[in-house]
Design a protein around this ligand. Structure first.
Ligand code: ZN
Length: 378
């Protein structure tokens, strides 16, 4: 999930908002404003709206604290955290590597819900101190904000503990299975299967509510949440399979050794006619006197107007070697994929002692996995 609005960094982690978050913040503010209005007819519009908006903004802070708890624990266990993105159904911490052991997985997963429960208890406790009694409608704007935020945080913890991987509850479940079976991949696979089952049950329950209770929109919302979970559980299942297949593989196992090269002095016109259009490959390593000097892709070619193709050399537009990320043949394949994901690139030249050994790309990974699957089916 990519953040559309960047908010800044906390503890080296970039914080961002997905546009869907604004929808949920607006919905919370609107429904709270409607509720405050009917529960306390004596409050002015200004008070109703400030209470609702403050609750919406504080909800954001509480979500962020929940995600920061996951991220800070992951960092303490030696994992890199790239970004926290908040969206309609909560937050996602983009943690770059897998948890090293079942115990770490458990603590990283449970840290979020524990934080939300703690925030919920503190806020409801504060409301009690401010004179609110449990089971009654909060009478002042301050207690109303405290009570609603408290409940939202408790609900957030509860929802996240649903045992559907990749929700926190699913991760806790995975950590448990991992701890018992001592097999991380099997645990992840089982947890995402349970996640799919749970998601399916939530969809059915939501649809049942919607159709039996004459268009109960809470039911429709529940079905939507279930559908989202089903999708997430499926994606994580594919990811686990990918990780299992590629674990223990190096770049050398997968890369293309017949890596296409072009001479640096070639004109763009000759490069396009003789290589790009002829082979259909996307990335070419540029060489000069048998030394790698850079990388050229259709992306660089597009920067040059067509009428200048014949007078421009490949060397003039290529990405120079100093700016190109390379890997060695011994680099683990999963690590190479992570590098490509992090820098949003499609291919990595494989270099050993200054010599080009091959090219590693997503296409090669897909080809490798397909060949592998075919072997298993026969
Ligand atoms: Zn969480």
């Amino acid at each position: 999930m990519q953040a559309q609005v960047k908010l800044g960094r906390i503890a080296g982690i970039s914080i961002g908002l997905h546009y869907s978050w604004f929808i949920i913040a607006l919905l919370i503010a609107l429904s709270l404003a409607a509720h405050f209005h009917t529960a306390n007819p004596s409050w002015s519009d200004a008070i109703v709206w400030s209470a609702a908006i403050i609750t919406g903004v504080m909800f954001f802070a509480a979500l962020l604290l929940h995600e920061l708890a996951h991220s800070i624990l992951a960092k303490a266990r030696g994992m890199k955290v790239r970004e926290i993105t908040l969206f309609a159904l909560g937050g996602v911490s983009q943690i770059e590597s897998e948890a090293p052991d079942a115990k770490s997985e458990f603590w990283i997963a449970i840290a979020g819900p524990i934080t939300s429960v703690a925030i919920g208890i503190v806020l409801i406790g504060a409301a009690r101190l401010a004179g609110w009694r449990i089971g009654t409608e909060p009478g002042t704007p301050v207690t109303a904000v405290l009570v609603w935020l408290g409940y939202i945080n408790l609900a957030l913890a509860l929802f996240n503990m649903v045992p559907g991987y990749p929700l926190d509850g699913g991760r806790v479940l995975r950590a448990g299975i991992w701890w018992i079976t001592r097999n991380a991949d099997r645990a992840a696979r089982l947890a995402s299967q349970i996640g799919q089952t749970v998601a399916f049950a939530i969809i059915l329950l939501g649809l049942f509510q919607f159709f039996t209770e004459h268009g109960n929109f809470g039911g429709l919302w529940l079905a939507f949440v279930g559908w989202f979970l089903l999708d997430a559980a499926r994606t994580s299942y594919v990811q686990v399979s990918l990780t299992t297949e590629l674990r223990g593989r190096t770049v050398a196992d997968i890369m293309d050794r017949n890596c296409p090269t072009v001479e640096a002095y070639l004109s763009l016109e000759d490069f396009i006619d003789g290589f790009l259009l002829r082979t259909g490959l996307r990335g070419y390593v540029v060489v000069h006197n048998d030394q790698i000097v850079g990388l050229i892709t259709p992306h660089e070619v597009k920067e040059v107007p067509r009428d200048r193709w014949s007078q421009t050399s490949v060397q003039a537009v290529m990405r120079p070697l100093a700016e190109v990320r390379t890997v060695s043949p011994e680099t683990p394949a999963l690590q190479a994929l992570q590098i490509m994901g992090r820098h949003d690139i499609n291919q990595l030249p494989v270099v050993s002692n200054g010599h080009l050994e091959g090219l590693f790309s997503r296409t090669h990974v897909v080809r490798f996995l397909q060949a592998h699957a075919q072997l298993q089916n026969h």
